[in-house]
Ligand binder design. Sequence first.
Ligand SMILES: [Zn+2]
Length: 344
Amino acid sequence: MNPTPVVSEIDLNADGRHAGFLRLPHSVHRSAYGFIPVPIISVKRGSGPCVVLMAGNHGDEYEGQVALAKLARHLDPDTIEGQVIILPAANTPAVCAGLRTSPLDEGNLNRSFPGNPRGTPTEIIADYLERDLFKRADYLLDLHSGGSSLVYLPTALVDRGHNAVDNRRRLDIVRALGLPWALIFDRDADGPYATSAVTRQGGLGLTVELGGGGAVTPAILSMIETGLHQYLAHLGVIKHAGDGLLDSDCHEEPTLLMIKDDTQYVYARTAGVFEPAVELGVAVRAGQLAGRIHTPETPWQASAECHFECDGIVICRRAMARSLPGDCLFQLGCHLPGDYLIIN
Ligand SMILES: [Zn+2]
């Protein structure tokens, strides 16, 4: 395999706090010898776990970008036992454009792993992350949200573990994040996702979904800022988490849900304006009305109804009203069967 063309301006092995760019060579008409500047911050002291915190995997998911930019400015090296590496704008061209995918190559970073060192900019970023950065990582937290088209309940996503001890370890990390919802599922280890990539490199990856609709809200930002400190404290990489936040008894238990199959998704089958029939967080039953698609341009035409295909909790809905056939309108989380998650 060819080496990565990406060069880090900072020494990731050095103690202390270092900030700079990963330089991804990019030779184009307006800049023959230029590079794409991907910001990276390393805060390292002594020995301890290495945690990679990443946002901007999708450029239009802003909550994590803001939370990590703030953390990168405020994380004190004197409080660290190990290393925290922060990437607030992982797919920088997508972040700068405010788009899910990169305007340079239409690349969706979270579908691009393991990437290609000789590929498009998005593929080169994926390759660098998987083969260079994630190799260092004991843990990865990949911060997402619903982006422009969806709105999520604040939810932690974690793969089911291999045994009871592994499940307990994963659930304890989810609990430390302090988000009210958790989705547990069996993701393909060969997958194109950042969490699949870190798994291949021997680390433990978690994803969070934090709202969306192309905006940032104070409530969700505050929730994830607290969650990040609790997460780092739980992993032992920061010594304290602030006033009282280390008291694990204060954490609310997240509601555990699972992804079972495609019946948990509701899709538009006609073009028009989506009117949801339910709010996020409610319990629904199979056959229940999910929403209607209206055609105001031909108002005499009856609206098309869409229905839920299984029982569950509404964790995600479409944020944009105007919809086309094939657009995802809802995602449900299903309650876990009793034997799904053995933890004892
Ligand atoms: Zn995303």
